[in-house]
Structures are given as C-alpha cells and as structure tokens.
Design a protein around this ligand. Structure first.
Ligand code: HDE
Length: 723
C-alpha cells in the first residue's frame, strides 16, 4: 500500500465499506505459482500448491491445461487430443438463445413475507398465512436491447417475480409501467419488430428513437397511453431498487367457495421512486453500461437489502362496471384514488446469484404459473402471454425439462407421470407411469380435491375476430397521466418526444405522431411541434373523445420520492491536501443517513488529506463522471483546484453535475475549478458551501430532495424556448 493512514494502521478510506461476502473454499489461501515448466516457459498451477484436481467433463484428471497434444514441439496438433477437443466442444456450445424480448436482465434471490392475510378472498396459501416467508427469485430487465446492450436505455423495465410457494410456483411477470402498448397479443410480434433494431441494418439498438417504432406507434392509437409512460422518466430509472412493479393485467382471487374478486398487483419500492435525466442516462451508458446491475449487486453485497411492499387493488364486477374504461384492456390502469391499494406483504432481495447463467439466464418465467386461489381474467393480452412464455422457454432452454433446473424447480413436492425428454434430471422409479392404474399404493400420485380448479366464469358469444367497443378510448388515460405529472416531469416528457421524433427521418411519421398528442394535451402537442420545428398537424381521428379524468398524484415520480438520501450515492472529488475535517464530517453524515460514497481523485492510488491521512480512490476522475452519483461534493485543496481547472474530465464532472440539477457541496477552494467549468458565478440553491464540519449534516438534509429542479428550468435550452 503506497499511502499510510494516520492513526489507523493499514486502513485506507475511499469507499463505503461493503459487508464481507463469503469466499469460496480456498479463495483466501495465497496462490503460489509453480516454476515455469515446458519449453515455452508457461505457468502451471498444480494441486501441490492449492485447489482440487482439474478434470475433464468425464472426471479424468488433467496434467497439462496449457498445451495441446502435438507431434513435435511445433505441431501439428493431434486429433487424438480428447482433452483439447472436449474443452473446445463445450465452449462452442456455451450460448443459449437470448430472450426474444427482455434479453438483458439481472436477478437476485430473496423472500416474500405476508403481512396481511387475504384469506377472505383467496385460498392461496402464499396470500393467506401471515408471517410466512416464501422464497423468491426476481429478474429485472430492459425489453428492446440485446443481452449485451446498456442498462440505461429508454425502455420499459421487466419486473418478474417467481415465488416458490408451498403450493407450486407462482410467477408474477410484470413491468415497471402499469399499462402496455397493445390490447391484443396478436399485435405483439409487430410491436416488438418495430421497436427493436431495423431488420435490414441491425440498428439502432436498445432504443425506440427510429422510424419503424414511431411508424407503428403513430398507426396504433391504442399505444399512446403507454407512449406517455415511456417518454416519462419512468423509462430511465435511477435503479432497479427505485422502480415500482405492476402485474398490469387484472387477475382473479378465488376463495374456497369459488367466489372470485378481481385483483391488480403492485410492488412499491421502500427506496422511493427515483429516475435520472436523459442527458445523464446517455452519459451513464458510456461510463458504466452495467449501472443498474452494479447498483443492485453492490446494495445487496453491502447488506442494504432492497425492499418492496406488495399492494393489491381488489374490486368486484360491480366496481369494474362503473370504471370509465374496461379493466380487461391492458392499456388502462385503475388510479389508486379510485380503488385504493391494500398493502399485504413485503419483498426483500437479500442474496446475489453465485452463477449468473444458472440463475438469471436460465430462469424461466411463465405467466401461466399460478396456484390454487389465483386465476386469470379475460384480458386478451394475458391469454396470448400464457401461450408465449411456455413456448419461448422450450426454444431457449431446449427441453421440456427446464423445470428440473434448480432455479425453476418448485420447492414443494412435484409428482406426475411426465417422463423422459432431453436432459431429464428427475426420473421416478417404479412400474406405474400412467393413471388411472391399479397398482394401489405403488401406483404413483393421484388427483386431489384440493388441487387447482378454474374459476367457473360463464362464457358465451359468437366466435369472431373483434375488438370490444369498451376498448376504444385511447387518449383519456394518456391525458390523465400527463396531467398528473409535476411541471418538471412534463418538461422531460416533451423533451423526450422531441428527442425521439428528431431521430425519425420521415416528416410524415413525425407529423402523424404529433397528431395523437393533440388528443392528449394541446400544450404538449404545441411544445413538441415547436421543438421539432414543424407546423401543428391536424388532430388524429379519435374513436372516442378524450375525457378529463382527475389527475392522480401517485403517478408522479417527483411527488413520490425517497424523502432521504438513504441508499443513494455521494461522489466525493478530492485532491492532495483536501480538508480532512470536511471529508470526515461528510463520511459521518453519509453513514448516519444510511447512504454510500465513492472517492474520485486524479489518481486511483488516492490522495493525502491536509492532516496526512491517506485516502484511496474508487475512481480516477475520467472513470467516475458525476453522472454516476446522486449528488457530489467537490473538495479540492487550493493547489488541487488549480490542477483540476486544467483537466477536461474534472471540468465535465462539475458542469455535468450542474446541468443534471445535482446538489453540489463544495469547499471554498473549489471556486477556481468552478470558474473554469463555466458554472455561473451567481450560485443557485443547489450549491451548498462547506466551511465547517457541522455543514455536512445540513448538506445531507438537503439531499432528501432528489434534485434542485429549479435549475433546469433556468438553464435548459428547451425550457428557455418555452418560457
Ligand atoms: Fe412479455 N414476454 N410478452 N410482457 N415479458 C417475454 O418470455 C409476451 C408483456 C415480460 O425476466 C418472453 O421468457 C407477449 C406484458 C417480462 O425472463 C415472451 C406479450 C408484460 C419478461 C414474452 C407480452 C410483459 C417478458 C420473452 C403480449 C408486463 C421477462 C422471453 C401479449 C405485464 C421475463 C421470455 C424474464 C418476457 C411474450 C407482453 C413482461 C416472448 C406475447 C404486458 C418481465 O414469451
């Protein structure tokens, strides 16, 4: 260690302490390298030093894993080399098809704990036994991008929960947006084709900012409520931990007597709702494409387990009939103000995966996975999904036995007469593999009256390819969503529409898109037309006139923020000679608030504070741009500030923090850097000068607010145009 820490031998500060994670056996043992062997001088690590014997897939111990078998030192390589062939063969087959949508995802283990019983509504054990903890696996995802795309794409996020209940697996395969683009599953392939990369060129990746998407959307009026959501900051969340989750469709709860109640499921993050700005998302995508997965991983490793409440909206046929739309239409939500949410449990993610492929890649969510006491509604989108998920798992995992994989296997007994197939792991012994049979006690599993029964919904009607008239109002909830946003959020939606449509090459598609906005909100339509530099087009022909539904506060992110800095990250920009008093005070305040920090410095080796303390850096300045932090503290020494004033990444650090409306704490010395970073001399309320240790607490209190939004209205070009 190059630096010495004062009074705390061997300990170097630099980032928030993470809880030590268990290491695999032997990982703490120092690794000894054997003397180079072989003619090429390569390194061999052997069992004499550490570790178990390396073997082939057949269990044969391997003596040399560095060299293939050759005739003579310079080859040729011999076909006889079964060790080489087996190794390469397996490598060649490592990939399985990525998901056709939601390819990029990240998962974690945890549990669901019921806190309020729904036994009056359902016979599902998982929703009836208060205090019961049910093991879960959750996978978050983006939709359009490939597995290797970036986390911060503007996109819907998947929020898929697999609950391993005592009565079988229940998969609640939801999103972070409570509505969907389309009303009928038959349009799903078209929607996804249009949203993903264009087929001739294979780009653009992981974004809807292109002609095909907006062409489809502008020809599909039903998509415009969801368009409002993906143009909002919901589509660029700060973290998986700060997103809501929604089951989207109405489901049914069914009690022991066969009575049904409709239900919509909601996951509410304890961490509050938080998102980033678009310009920030663009920069994060470059600086850390793994931003969301790293964030979740680090929070769980540090023991700061993310938590969501499970809420339900319960309603009967009578209430459903009174709603101003059809609840079976997935482009509609039920505002919490109309049907309140009852919180019935908590979801906690407390364990990272120990193998990404085995868990996150192989997990197979199926909307058809429900348990006795839960049933489907007649939402046509849900019915299409019930076919699609099972089908897609066969393609991805290659065998109907994907339920044998540990991440997919139910934790309750599984007994049936399904057999054989590729990769069968669970193969029952005995003679009976059919039923009914007359083998008595040896005859295998039997039906049980406690088993799953479908809700006896009466069904009648002519067989026709139609869309219900009750699905025809496409704009009222889009307007309601827009009008439920705070001013700054409405501005972001306008900006996003202008950004996306500016990437559309065909002016007629841009105009058709804006024609829908005219049915949603006149001001928004005008703002977007102005932003695109085009005349306002005629309004799109609407099947039904837009109604003025009451705004819902719960639909805003800003109105439902965290209210504290807990679980969020402060970036501390330091140089040699930075004030130890301020640094230590900030650390204490960060810790007190349950937040985390990272030190950013000119060199990764760290800095020496003005009292001689060595502080390690987590990031070198160009690797830790301010976009990665929720707020920043800029604490250079006078000499350090002069040095940074000539450094482009340091100037970007400050000017981006400013542009992204972040709260910026700073030492007096930082002024030299601020001047070069062209931060206006007149400081707004988002700057917090730190003179003494006690100022640190006040700064952390300020950080309860997400951002200093007033700044954006003052400095942004689009906002200036609107003023
Ligand atoms: Fe999906 N969706 N989806 N979807 N979806 C898939 O299943 C599909 C829809 C959602 O982390 C696929 O295993 C159809 C709505 C999530 O593994 C596929 C329709 C909602 C995930 C599929 C929809 C979702 C998927 C691709 C319209 C929110 C990722 C890979 C009828 C309620 C799950 C896979 C994971 C994945 C089909 C619409 C959420 C192809 C046909 C609405 C979170 O089966």
């Amino acid at each position: 260690m190059a630096n010495s820490s004062k009074g705390d031998a061997g300990k170097v500060k630099g980032e928030s302490p993470a809880k030590a994670s268990p290491k695999p056996d032997g990982a703490d043992t120092p690794t000894h390298y054997a003397e180079p062997q072989g003619e090429g001088g390569e390194t061999h690590q052997t069992t004499d030093d550490a570790g178990a014997a390396l073997t082939t897939a057949q269990g044969v111990a391997i003596a040399d894993d560095q060299n293939s078998l050759k005739a003579g030192p310079r080859g040729p390589v011999l076909l006889e080399d079964f060790i080489l062939r087996e190794k390469i063969f397996h490598f060649d087959h490592e990939r399985i098809p990525e998901r056709v949508v939601h390819a990029r995802g990240f998962g974690a283990h945890g549990y669901f704990e019921l806190t309020d019983s729904l036994a009056d509504y359902t016979r599902a054990d998982v929703l009836s036994t208060v205090g019961q903890k049910t093991e879960v696996f959750v996978r978050f995802s983006t939709v359009a991008g490939r597995a290797g795309s970036r986390d911060l794409a503007r996109d819907v996020r998947g929020f898929a929960v697999k609950m391993y209940t005592r009565e079988g697996n229940w998969d609640l395969v939801g999103n972070n947006i409570p509505v969907f683009f389309i009303q009928d599953a038959i349009k799903f392939p078209d929607l996804i084709h249009a949203a993903k990369e264009e087929p001739d060129r294979g780009f653009p990746q992981a974004q809807t900012a292109h002609d095909n998407f907006w062409d489809f959307a502008s020809l599909s009026p039903e998509s415009w409520h969801m368009i409002m959501w993906i143009m909002s900051d919901r589509a660029i969340p700060r973290s998986f931990r700060t997103m809501e989750g929604f089951g989207v469709h109405s489901f049914r709860l069914v009690d022991g007597a066969g009575k049904s109640t409709f239900v919509k499921f909601h996951w509410k993050p304890k961490q509050g709702l938080q998102s980033v700005l678009w310009n920030e998302a663009v920069k994060i995508s470059g600086a850390d494409p793994d931003y969301h997965r790293r964030d979740l991983w680090e929070a769980i490793e540090a023991g700061d387990f993310p938590e969501w409440e499970l809420g339900v909206q319960l309603f009967d046929e009578e209430t459903a009939a009174k709603l101003p739309f059809d609840h079976l239409d997935s482009t509609k939500l039920i505002p919490e103000e109309d049907v309140p949410i009852r919180v019935i449990g908590r979801l906690v993610l407390d364990r990272n995966v120990d193998n990404f492929f085995a868990n996150t890649e192989q997990v197979a969510f199926c909307t058809q996975n429900i348990v006795p006491g839960i049933d489907f509604s007649d939402d046509p989108l849900l019915h299409g999904r019930n076919f699609s998920y099972l089908d897609t798992q066969l393609k991805r995992l290659g065998s109907p036995n994907f339920t044998h994989l540990p991440v997919n296997a139910p934790r309750c007994p599984v007994m049936h007469f399904q057999q054989d197939g590729h990769m069968a792991m669970r193969n029952p012994a005995g003679r009976a593999n059919y039923e009914p049979n007359s083998w008595g006690a040896d005859g295998g599993p039997r039906e049980t009256p406690k088993g799953f029964t479908s809700y006896e919904a009466p069904v009648e009607g002519p067989k026709r390819r139609v869309k219900s008239e009750s699905f025809a109002d496409h704009y009222s909830q889009a307007r309601q969503f827009y009008r439920s946003q705070e001013t700054i959020e409405q501005k972001h939606m306008g900006d996003a529409l202008v950004f996306e449509l500016s990437k559309v090459e065909r002016p007629d598609i841009r105009a058709r898109a804006v024609s829908h906005l005219r049915n949603i909100d006149a001001d928004l339509a005008q703002t977007v037309a102005d932003g695109l530099g085009m005349a306002l087009p005629e309004a799109a022909v609407a099947a039904k006139p837009t109604q003025d539904l009451a705004p819902s506060k719960k639909l805003s992110i800003v109105a439902n923020g965290p209210g504290s800095f807990k679980g969020r990250k402060l970036g501390l920009l330091l140089t040699d000679g930075s004030s130890a008093e301020l640094f230590n005070a900030l650390l204490k305040a960060v810790e007190k608030n349950g937040a985390v920090y990272e030190v950013i410095a000119p060199k990764i080796g760290g800095v020496t504070l003005d009292d001689g303390t060595a502080v390690a850096a987590k990031q070198k300045i160009d690797g830790g741009p301010s976009a990665l932090y929720d707020a920043v503290a800029v604490l250079p020494s006078a000499e350090g500030a002069t040095l940074l004033a000539g450094d482009a990444p340091a100037k970007d650090f400050v000017s981006d923090a400013y542009a992204h409306c972040k709260f910026i704490a700073h030492s007096a010395e930082a002024e030299t850097l601020f001047a070069e970073a062209r931060v206006p001399e007149e400081r707004d309320g988002g700057f917090v000068p730190l003179a003494k240790a006690k100022d640190a607490d006040a700064f952390l209190d300020t950080l309860a607010a997400l951002r200093f939004w007033e700044r954006e209205m003052a400095v942004d070009l689009d906002a200036a145009a609107a003023r």
